[in-house]
Design a protein around this ligand. Structure first.
Ligand code: HEC
Length: 200
């Protein structure tokens, strides 16, 4: 394979003419921040060749470490039912996804017909656990990160119940959610390329 070197030239500022003043301003901020930063940081801040940065604290990592894996690893404490989810749905989700999750200006979330497009939670999602992950991380679209774990468990229960996947009374939590078998599970094959010889 031939490789073409990328064109080289003087580095361009993001905005024409903004390079020098922006850099000067950045440096001034950096210097002004040093005494304060040094006082506020743990002693090991200056480790490493550049003497910059510090290890993240356990609290800082916990705030970002919100992913939930297909097997349920990462699901937090708490729980919720469809009835609890319905109350949150009306205020936070219905305006975009429709009263019954049938879709509106955003995707439909309810529907079991495998041929229907666009896909829904009922006909396309392979795991119920990652529904928790997605909602907690990204929804509502206009205010992501504002829902509590209990509210998200309730919303997941509401969406699963509307799709006829769980009973209306079922409580979703870290123990029950991984056991939910999604109707579209068989439509996906695990990606085992790292272990197999098929692709190198
Ligand atoms: C402001 C509009 C808006 C609101 C409010 C909103 N959503 Fe969404 N939602 C979207 C959009 C847009 C997408 C599609 C994201 C994309 O581009 O892939 C989406 C995608 C989703 C999906 C994934 C659908 C799929 O199959 O890919 C789920 C699940 C979902 N939203 C749940 C919720 C829940 C639960 C709430 C309420 C807490 C909510 N949304 C509130 C706009 C919204």
């Amino acid at each position: 394979m031939t490789r073409t070197a990328p064109p080289r030239g003087p580095a361009r500022p993001l905005r024409p003419g903004a390079g020098a003043p922006a850099r000067g301003f950045g440096l001034a901020l950096l210097l002004a921040g040093v005494p304060w930063a040094a006082a506020a940081q743990p002693a090991d801040q200056a480790a490493g060749p550049l003497g910059l940065g510090r290890p993240a604290t356990a609290n800082e990592i916990a705030a970002l470490d919100i992913d939930v894996m297909p097997d349920g690893a990462g699901l937090p404490l708490g729980g919720g039912s469809a009835a609890e989810g319905a109350r949150v749905w009306g205020g936070a989700c219905r305006s975009c996804h429709g009263r019954e999750g049938e879709g509106g200006i955003a995707a439909p979330l309810v529907g079991r017909d495998a041929a229907a497009r666009p896909p829904t939670v009922g006909n396309y999602w392979p795991y119920a656990t990652t529904l928790y992950d997605y909602i907690y991380r990204a929804m509502p679209r206009n205010a992501p990160g504002t829902l509590s774990p209990d509210e998200v468990y309730g919303l997941v229960a509401w969406i699963l119940a509307k799709n006829g996947i769980i009973d209306d009374e079922a409580v979703m939590n870290a123990a029950t959610l991984p056991d939910v078998v999604m109707p579209a599970r068989h439509r996906f094959d695990p990606d085992d390329r790292l272990e197999s010889d098929a692709v190198r």
